[in-house]
Design a protein around this ligand. Structure first.
Ligand code: ADP
Ligand code: MG
Length: 741
């Protein structure tokens, strides 16, 4: 059972060493009573949890994470991450310094390096033992801790391989020191010491981890950026005096002052001043938007002109900015189909490698080189050390996190990572008309009252019925009535039929306003004159609404809406991408055909109820086609949800965030093309990452098993492989930056 709509918790998590850790936290949190949903992302080092507040609380959840051996921090606060990185750097430094003498001693083993003088004390087995012990159990301690907590939880991760591999190398050398009493040195040709192997592997792994976390942090910093748009202190007007107060103390209704160049700290309505506001970080719209009293402004935008007075409507976590930020984090922690498959493989990876290593040992000891225990041990060791589940686990999420972050900065908010995956395969794009292809700001273009009625009397009643509808046509009717100074009579018993129209009761009787389908369904009388008017207006591309009082038509209103300036270009871009673009609208055939022609769309369907759009999508999907749909967030929501990728156009910004998989805050069709292009690049990048990670393991593990890799080389290769994946994901970051400009 779905519990009551739970509270959500966002956490930063420190100390995860690979995606197996993320899976472990996720599993453990999932078992905690009261937790409804938990998603943990290794790539962004974050967790997103939904829980029932009456059954558990944030503290209990954090405690559970800590008990698993991980650090917990505020998600916006990257300082814990930096601290973890500094600690990692320190470990790396110490490890490298202690490894250096061991490498120096190793130079003595190689003919080519025999010119390097090696001081006698470094040659001492005891000195080497001391150095190696310090690295193995000092610097390397966290590997054991992580491996232990992974094993205790019944999983295995990269730390298990590293801890096992380096311990084996260490113990093997230990054995050599004591068995051969090699306290002095070993003459050339004798068994070399393997202290260096464990040490070098630990240093290499630390170097790899460090490089990986540095570049991951860089990529994430570029893509999460919303945190710094949040104001710490806000200037408010209290008792006619401007005061700086902490952001948390600002309440709804407070008047906030934002000077030139200042960051708007709340969502609200301008009550004084005229200016231009840069909304690019929120919506991707690069032109500054003019604001005057009555205009809406949003937190996270920048005032580019004179001081504005803003009446606060929403603060803190409720602002559009905060909600977008939360959606983005939720998306970044969500899993795609590919990711789930990879996770299933990764879960078996470590046990499989342990098996491969054991088999390598047996093959060498019993068959390839019987009697040569060291050949067998070294090859088995190399197998353990070369295998890298880390690159596999990282391949998908790191690219998705980068792509969703980059898109968000363009006002394209991906709410589910899986939508990015489907978008790369999309074949058909269905577009709604009003507000999607067109501006969605229709104006009354003409009226035809029935005999005995004046245009004003009809309009007044129509406006009364439309008084509370969120539909753009309703707004147009209200606006025309207001412009003519008409005051609609009060009405009760409101009804709204999605895709048909509205109705309400007033003193004169029951008023209904809607399209032809509504008139036909309710069998209105006296439609003839209105139909004649409609035929002419619809042929010209206008939309006609019919108005009835008590079931009798009292006139018709025609509305004109303009195509968005960029629509034809955006449609063309989608077709160039190889996509099939359709128009599916609830409007009549006339306006549908006109809009389709103007936008360059070859196929259109008119008179589609929201339910019909849903059926159309299902039918296309049954044919095996991958379908994207763009529409408004409120009456197209079911169709948007059914599409493989649903784009909600943000007319009023709010409904868009709730519907579909992707919200287009700039409400422009160019966003669809951008998202498709980004998803194709991203999926290619992920495939490269996965291809590399698989190929790496498939090639390197057999090479190691054949005894062709020294254990330290195996360790270094393993460390480098995950760095390669992160490096490739960073390349995506650059590509996307250019593509989305
Ligand atoms: P679209 O698919 O173009 O977005 P809708 O599904 O929103 O169209 O609406 C379809 C038709 O239903 C409109 O063309 C109009 O005739 C009628 N309609 C819907 N809502 C209203 C309303 N509030 N007032 C009048 N007519 C409406
Ligand atoms: Mg619509």
């Amino acid at each position: 059972m779905e519990g009551p709509k739970g509270a959500a918790l966002d956490l930063g998590i420190q100390g995860m060493s690979c995606s197996a850790c993320a899976a472990r936290i996720e599993k453990s949190l999932g078992k905690l009573g009261g937790v409804q949903e938990a998603a943990v992302s290794y790539a962004s080092r974050r967790a997103w949890i939904r829980y029932a507040p009456d059954e558990t609380d944030a503290e209990a959840i954090k405690e559970r994470v800590r008990r698993l051996g991980f650090g917990v921090s505020d998600p916006g606060d990257r300082s814990a991450e930096y601290a973890a990185m500094r600690l990692l750097r320190l470990r790396l430094l110490v490890s490298a310094l202690l490894t250096l003498p061991l490498l120096w001693a190793m130079a003595g083993h190689y003919e080519a390096l025999s010119f390097v003088p090696v001081p006698a004390f470094i040659r001492s087995g005891w000195v080497q033992l001391a150095l190696a012990t310090a690295i193995q159990f000092g610097v390397g301690l966290p590997f054991y801790q992580n491996a232990w907590s992974a094993l205790r939880a019944g999983g295995a991760n990269m730390d298990v391989l590293v801890a096992l591999g380096t311990s084996a190398a260490y113990l093997y050398s230990h054995y050599v020191v004591f068995a051969h009493g090699a306290a002095g040195s070993h003459p050339d040709g004798m068994l070399p010491l393997y202290f260096d192997t464990g040490a070098v592997v630990i240093t290499a792994v630390l170097l790899g981890k460090y490089m990986e976390s540095r570049s991951a942090a860089r990529a994430l910093r570029e893509s999460d950026g919303y945190a710094k748009l949040k104001a710490e202190e806000i200037t408010v007007l209290r008792a006619d005096e401007a005061r700086r107060v902490p952001a948390a103390s600002v309440r709804d209704g407070d008047i906030v002052l934002v000077g030139p160049g200042g960051l708007v700290p709340v969502d609200g309505i301008v009550t004084g001043g005229q200016s231009e506001v840069d909304e690019s970080l929120l919506t991707g719209e690069s032109r500054a938007v003019p604001k005057r009293p009555g205009s809406r402004v949003w937190a996270g935008t920048t005032n580019r002109g004179d001081t504005l007075r803003i009446r606060t409507e929403t603060t803190g976590e409720g602002t559009l900015l905060s909600r977008i930020d939360a959606l983005l984090r939720q998306a970044q922690a969500s899993k795609t189909g590919i990711q789930r498959k990879v996770d299933r493989i990764s879960a078996r990876f470590v046990p499989l490698m342990l098996l491969a290593s054991a088999m390598t040992y047996l093959a060498w000891a019993l068959w390839l080189a019987p009697g040569d225990g060291s050949r067998a041990a070294l090859s088995a060791l190399a197998v353990l050390l070369v295998a890298c589940p880390c690159a596999l686990g990282l391949a998908t999420p790191i690219s998705l996190v980068i792509a969703s972050g980059k898109l968000a900065r363009r006002g394209i908010v991906v709410k589910e990572a899986s939508a990015l995956e489907s978008l790369a395969k999309v074949e058909v794009v269905l577009l709604d008309k009003t507000g999607t292809l067109t501006e969605g700001r229709p104006c009354v273009a003409g009226m035809q009252p029935a005999p005995g009625w004046s245009a004003a009397a009809m309009l007044k009643l129509a406006a009364a019925a439309e008084a509370e509808s969120p539909h753009p046509y309703a707004a147009a009717v209200r606006e025309e009535a207001r412009r003519r100074g008409l005051v609609p009579p009060p009405a009760t018993g409101r009804l709204e039929w999605t895709g048909y129209g509205v109705a309400a009761d007033c003193a004169e009787g029951r008023i209904a306003v809607g399209g032809r389908q509504l008139a036909q369904q309710e069998r209105w009388s006296g439609m003839k004159r209105a139909e004649g008017f409609a035929a002419i207006r619809e042929a010209g591309g206008e939309t006609v609404l019919f108005v009835a009082l008590g079931g009798e038509c009292i006139g018709a209103i025609s509305l004109g809406d303009r195509l968005k300036r960029e629509s034809p270009e955006a449609v063309q871009a989608l077709r160039t991408d190889g996509l099939d673009v359709w128009l599916a609208t609830g409007d009549a055939a006339g306006p549908a055909a006109a809009a389709a022609k103007e936008a360059g769309i070859a196929r259109w369907k008119a008179g589609m109820l929201p339910e019909d759009k849903l059926q159309l999508i299902r039918a296309l999907q049954r044919e095996g086609r991958v379908v994207a749909m763009a529409g408004d967030g409120w009456n197209d929501a079911p169709a948007l949800a059914a599409a493989d990728a649903g784009f909600a156009m943000a007319g009023g910004t709010d409904a868009a965030l709730a519907a579909g998989h992707v919200a287009l805050l700039r409400s422009s069709l160019t966003g669809i093309h951008a998202a498709v292009a980004a998803s194709r690049l991203t999926m290619r990048n992920i495939k490269q990452n996965l291809g590399f990670a698989f190929l790496y393991n498939i090639v390197m593990v057999p090479v190691a098993a054949c005894g062709l890799l020294e254990p330290w080389m195996a360790g270094a290769a393993m460390a480098l492989s995950s760095v390669t994946v992160v490096g490739n994901a960073l390349r995506l970051s650059g590509r996307l930056a250019r593509e989305l400009r």
